[in-house]
Ligand binder design. Structure first.
Ligand code: GDP
Length: 358
């Protein structure tokens, strides 16, 4: 993740720092010193005494320029509106090229502008100051994730025999089935039992796919025949969990197309019947703006509370992860980082900005 963005942000901050902290050339080489030096060089000193004198005079301008440079680094500077504007277009372009949604790129620049314009910065610290400001800006846009394990445990403790119900929505092919299996595996590792409702009764092979995961993980899959009412499958799974003291119900849903009205109606119906405690959107890290638009559609239909982004391991750009949460103002809870069950990372804002080299 952030293969390109990391390098480009680093050189962007470096460029501002270089432009602002390099002392004027004229300043580092005073005219008088230069003329004197040239004159002396033309004379050919014969005696060693004369040679020494010449050396002393020749090194003087260099020493002076060194101290001037040093003074330049210790002294403070500010970045003006105009200067910021001349650099912000580059930043905006490199964010957009790396899948950051337009609204998010604009917001980053706006926030960064507020943080650095007019602020007194030590010249030697310009680069680190800009990077710190960018890190704080990005962390400020990412929403703090919550811990699903403590939510599940809290509900189980408060209502005996009441399982915690999670509804998963997303488009086919994004990694939804695999991610649900990963969540079941993750919960198992935390001593939380789960049952999966195969409520995508539309897509050929989806029930078999889930059953295979269930066999491997030792997790029960509740299913009906293809074409059955998905809400009824979810309801069955909840009843099964209550009877068998299972902590959590994971409901898979169909994902034909986020624009299809009947799909959204179907999801709304499952949501109304099963009354999930948590509605999670599963998107793909690599698809950029498509994921952002999908998240918005599902959020509009049923109100999403959290996001899981699959395939973060094959995403070289990283902009989707930066954008999707901000777009619907909901946190990313996990990143999918591979095809195996244990390749599911709880999302950590700090670690995320570290990947950006900030
Ligand atoms: P669904 O149609 O949305 O249910 O998608 P699947 O769960 O069938 O996944 C589609 C493909 O993506 C499969 O080949 C998965 O192994 C793969 N996949 C899922 N999650 C990840 C991930 O985090 N990283 C990688 N590299 N591949 C993944």
């Amino acid at each position: 993740m952030f293969k390109f963005l990391k390098e480009k942000i680093a050189s962007w901050a470096k460029k501002i720092s270089k432009d602002k902290s390099e002392p004027e050339k004229a300043e580092s080489m005073p005219k008088s010193g230069k003329i004197k030096e040239e004159k002396i060089k033309r004379e050919k000193p014969e005696k060693s005494e004369k040679l020494k004198e010449t050396e002393d005079i020749e090194t003087k301008p260099e020493k002076e320029s060194f101290f001037k440079k040093l003074a330049g680094k210790i002294s403070k500077t500010t970045i003006s509106d105009e200067e910021f504007d001349s650099y912000s277009e580059d930043l905006q372009n490199l964010l957009l090229e790396n899948n950051v949604a337009y609204e998010v790129a604009e917001k980053i620049i706006l926030e960064l502008r507020k943080r650095i314009i007019g602020k007194e910065i030590l010249k030697k610290e310009i680069e680190s100051d800009i990077r710190d400001s960018l890190r704080d800006t990005i962390e400020g846009l990412l929403i703090e994730p919550f811990d699903i394990v403590s939510r599940i445990t809290a509900k189980n403790l408060a209502n005996k025999n009441e399982p915690y119900v999670i509804l998963f929505v997303g488009i086919n092919g994004t990694g939804k089935t695999t991610t649900i299996a990963k969540i079941a595996h993750y919960l198992k590792g935390k001593n939380i039992s789960s049952v999966v409702a195969a409520a995508d009764t539309f897509r050929a092979a989806s029930i078999e796919q889930l059953k295979k995961h269930g066999e491997k993980l030792g997790v029960k899959i509740i299913s009906q025949q293809y074409g059955a009412d998905p809400a009824a499958v979810g309801f069955d799974a909840i009843s099964y969990a209550k009877k068998n003291h299972i902590n959590c119900v994971l409901i898979d849903t169909a994902g034909r197309m986020h624009t299809a009205k009947n799909l959204m109606k179907e999801i709304e119906k499952i949501s109304n019947v099963c009354k999930p405690d948590l509605k999670l959107f599963i998107g793909e890290s690599i698809t950029g703006n498509d994921s952002v638009e999908q998240a918005k559609s599902f959020n509009f239909a049923i109100g999403i509370q959290g996001i899981i982004l699959a395939k973060a391991d094959v995403d070289e750009k990283g902009g989707t992860a930066l954008s999707v949460g901000y777009a619907i103002k909901k946190p990313i809870l996990f990143l999918g980082t591979g095809q195996e069950y244990d390749k599911l990372e709880p999302f950590d804002k700090r670690k995320f900005t570290e990947k950006l080299g900030l």
